[in-house]
Design a protein around this ligand. Structure first.
Ligand SMILES: COc1nc(N)nc2c1ncn2[C@H]1C[C@H](O)[C@@H](COP(=O)(O)OP(=O)(O)OP(=O)(O)O)O1
Length: 169
């Protein structure tokens, strides 16, 4: 199973609203859809280190590992087999301005205006709660063979208010 991360940088707008930094993915799994910066763990990397690196590589923001708040653990199953495990983080502490990379077009979006219709089918089930500050563990089931982004979303289980094991924070 692939181990991956997603990171959702957030900021307050001057008119009192909150925004989240999304990317339009330019290649790989979920190409053309909106998501958070993130990707696969490299050898020897912790999930937090991966989220920091992917956020830097994809959108040019610097985040301290300790400034990441663990918000979720998501398991994606394809045809009954574990396909991807994803650690989800949010943060309001970062430096730099978002810049386009080979992998991503970054875009600040109001949390009330997240384009769920242009995202993975599971995202509208868990991302609103994550952006409200909740924690979640979820299992999402897809069927129809590889690749995952062409498979059909068929079911899910969610648990809110979870605590994460010390080694998984
Ligand atoms: C199935 O539902 C998913 N929902 C969301 N929101 N995100 C998902 C889902 N499945 C996978 N992802 C995320 C998890 C990772 O952040 C990326 C994986 O993308 P990719 O395979 O392209 O990984 P990268 O490390 O970016 O790949 P390269 O560096 O080799 O381009 O998708």
């Amino acid at each position: 199973m692939r181990e991956t991360t997603l990171c959702f940088p957030m900021r307050e707008r001057s008119d009192d609203g909150t925004e989240v930094l999304l990317i339009e993915k330019r290649r790989g799994l979920g190409e053309g859809w909106y998501n958070g910066p993130g990707g696969k763990l490299e050898a020897g990397e912790t999930p937090r280190e991966c989220a920091v690196r992917e956020t830097r590589e994809e959108v040019g923001l610097e985040v301290e590992p300790g400034a990441l708040e663990k918000a979720g653990e998501l398991t994606f199953l394809l045809d009954g087999e574990a396909h991807t495990f994803c650690h989800v983080y949010r943060t309001r502490s970062f430096t730099g301005e978002p810049t386009t990379s080979d992998e991503a077009y970054p875009e600040w979006v109001a949390v009330d205006d997240v384009p769920y219709e242009q995202m993975w089918d599971d995202d509208h089930l868990w991302l609103p709660g994550v952006l409200e500050g909740k924690t979640v563990a979820g299992e999402f089931r897809f069927e129809g063979g590889k690749p995952l982004d062409k498979a059909e979303f068929v079911g899910h289980d969610l648990e809110w208010g979870v605590s994460f094991a010390a080694g998984q924070k």
